[in-house]
Design a protein around this ligand. Structure first.
Ligand code: GCO
Ligand code: MG
Length: 405
């Protein structure tokens, strides 16, 4: 590969239905690369970090030196880790790998080990306002060809549950303006969920993979009870059963059930995983490229996980941009210990701004051989949708106590 120089880097913020932050890095060879820098509800903080602190230090560097540049922004910086910093580093890293693969005229997966598989199994979301509607939605997603489905449902006695969109709007947990406040009742939730999965298994049998996201809302002993009661329904995984910072809490869940556990969509460093991986307290790592320092860092986390037979199950909700999804699919294609990828189709507006090279085929994603990540942004279309502040909600227990959302 010829020596190149980074000549310019720009942050593009747009809001085709929701906010996305994209980093575009240019080189003296006319090749550019793209990286996703979207952190839901905290977009402008990442933009500032990139524009004020990273971009000036990037100019003039050889984009081929992905490892050195990663360490320049991680090891070389006194204030390490954290979602904002690691999202900014991820965007830089993704864009550099995109440039390198384009310069070598090869799809990104070839630089990550080549193809370990031909297609990438994905799971999608099914949710309804109540049990019957949720079962109906599972049937619809199954008809669309999904073989793995995450199930969330409205719960009697709780006004709003995580994962259930209001009306016919596309899935989006963030809302314009200051955070909305919801109310939460763990006892009602715990009483409802096992029955839901019993009904789903009754309706669709054992053929389909089922998943559920607790979204950090149980204490260890509550999560252990839920895991135990869900065991007969053979979930593919139970996600974020306890709040993510409480790593030791996973020991209690393990003691009481053999349900596979996925965790880490709010993690951003390998150091968030050391206890979970080395004690084998989890089965799937959720940290996505965009929030976990990019490809360079995730290659190391995935390698560490592989030693303990732990697989990847990357976060892939629609509040991560199509650039992240495209890069993740290369990563999923290449590494040996891939498990499952979260995927939700983007609304049309998003596809007007972002172009991608992947397609859905009967429960799997297939990528083509376009050099690089295979994603692009139409800057003119992006300009039509300017940034508009939005935030994730806040949760309170029914007595008003602030709780995890
Ligand atoms: C998931 C996640 C998301 C997050 C969202 C936050 O499993 O897909 O939990 O729904 O809540 O990405 O921005
Ligand atoms: Mg989740």
């Amino acid at each position: 590969m010829e020596k190149m120089k980074i000549t310019e880097a720009r942050v593009i913020v747009c809001s085709p239905g929701r906010n996305f932050v994209t980093l575009k890095i240019f080189t003296d060879q006319g090749i550019y690369g793209l990286g996703d820098a979207t952190l839901n509800g905290r977009e402008k903080a990442v933009v500032t970090y990139l524009e004020e602190y990273c971009i000036p230090a990037l100019l003039g560097r050889d984009p081929g030196n992905t490892e050195d540049i990663w360490h320049y922004f991680y090891s070389g910086v006194y204030w390490k880790r954290g979602a904002i910093t690691m999202t900014a580093i991820a965007a830089i890293d993704m864009a550099l790998w995109d440039i390198k693969a384009k310069a070598l005229n090869t799809p990104l997966y070839n630089l990550l080990g080549g193809k370990s598989r031909d297609r990438v199994m994905v799971y999608t979301h099914a949710y309804g306002k109540h049990l019957m509607e949720t079962i109906e939605k599972v049937g619809q997603e199954k008809e669309r060809g999904y073989c793995a489905i995450r199930i969330q449902s409205g719960i009697p006695g709780i006004d709003h549950t995580y994962g259930v969109t209001e009306g016919n709007k596309p899935y989006e947990p963030a809302q314009r303006g200051i955070p909305r406040e919801y109310s939460w009742d763990t006892a009602k939730y715990l009483n409802f969920i096992p029955g839901l999965f019993a009904e789903v298994r009754k309706a669709f049998g054992e053929e389909i993979h089922l998943l559920h996201d607790v979204h950090h809302r149980c204490t260890p002993v509550e999560a252990a009870r839920l895991a135990k009661e869900l065991e007969p329904y053979h979930l593919f995984w139970l996600e974020d059963p306890v709040s993510a910072e409480l790593q030791e809490g996973l020991r209690l869940i393990r003691k009481h059930s053999v349900i596979p556990i996925a965790i880490g969509e709010v993690f951003n460093s390998v150091y968030d995983y050391t206890t979970l991986i080395t004690e084998q307290l989890i089965d799937y790592i959720r940290m996505p490229l965009v929030h976990g320092g990019g490809i360079t860092h995730l290659l190391k986390v995935a390698a560490m996980a592989s030693v303990y037979h732990i697989q990847t199950g990357f976060h892939g909700a629609t509040d991560l941009s199509p650039v992240n999804m495209a890069a993740a699919l290369h990563f999923d294609t290449a590494i040996h210990n891939f498990g499952l990828q979260e995927y939700m189709p983007y609304p049309d507006l998003v596809q007007e701004v972002f172009r991608t090279n992947y397609r859905f085929e009967k429960g799997y994603m297939v990528i083509d051989d376009t050099p690089g990540i295979g994603a692009d942004i139409d800057e003119e279309a992006a300009q039509k949708y300017p940034y508009s502040a939005a935030c994730l909600p806040v949760n309170r227990k029914t007595d008003g106590t602030l709780f995890y959302w």
